[in-house]
Design a protein around this ligand. Sequence first.
Ligand SMILES: Nc1ncnc2c1ncn2[C@@H]1O[C@H](COP(=O)(O)OP(=O)(O)OP(=O)(O)O)[C@@H](O)[C@H]1O
Length: 304
Amino acid sequence: MLQIKNITFAYKKTPILKAISFNVKPGEHVSIIGESGSGKSTLLKLIYGEYDLDAGQILWKDTPILGPKFNLVVGYEFIKYVAQEFDLMPFTSIEENIGKHLSNFFPKEKKQRIAELLDVVELTPFAKQKVKTLSGGQKQRVALARALAKQPEIMLLDEPFSHIDSFKKRRLRRNLFRYLKQKNISCIVATHDKNDVLGFADRILVLQDSKLILNDLPEVIYKHPKTPLVASFFGECNTIDGQLVYAHRLAVVKDAPLKVTVKQTYFEGYRYLIEATKEDHTIIFYHQEYLNPGKDVCLKIVAS
Ligand SMILES: Nc1ncnc2c1ncn2[C@@H]1O[C@H](COP(=O)(O)OP(=O)(O)OP(=O)(O)O)[C@@H](O)[C@H]1O
């Protein structure tokens, strides 16, 4: 098990993380969410051993994870970190990049492993292509495959699909997360995208104001987001009479005490997003039909 015990860290004098504790089991998938600058990447880097902790301890099984004060070479064999910037070898092919750390003493196994990983990231047709000729999204996929090559026990992923177009992203995400589960590889994913989380994460951690404010099941955090910031990660959300109400829980009805005036209607494909006002408050809801700006409608809160 990965144990993060009461860790605290500051860049020079700026405190970034304070007294953070949580555990990750083998094969468990944990998502870290929080505003930009809340310390998600820093937390991944600390778990990787890139910086020295100011206080606390990180353990994988019985091995303490230590920073550069204690290790000449940063990192550990059992942990791989795919950062937002990927450090690939530009003048060699995709397959050479993926196989970089695999032993040449087992050529058949090496070839097999590279083929398996090319398949996971859907780059088989490009295997021989030089990395410098690839797009940002393709490079990100090479970086993911290379991190998996030596089958780590822990994968740390920082915005793993940020450069990948939405056509590829959904399938790649399913392939990658399924692969990690099948191989019982623990994974910690820092993300801004709810689609990286719902349906995949076993647990969500929320960072805010340098602290870990929530650590729970996705279903629990989704249904009880606690703060508007957490709710807004999952979708449009309103505060109505002090209660957090997702936009999809508001339905237009003939008569109800909640009366709003439509300000703007946005086409979203299978529905419209409606921005409305109630006194000086903005209320967001969805509707199947276009609503004209200026129209008065009544809204009812329905079960989620
Ligand atoms: N090497 C560094 N030196 C000094 N400050 C840093 C360094 N790296 C990050 N920071 C600061 O630490 C804070 C946390 O940054 P971090 O990158 O961990 O946040 P994040 O939650 O991952 O953000 P994002 O979602 O935008 O990637 C930010 O205020 C950032 O400016």
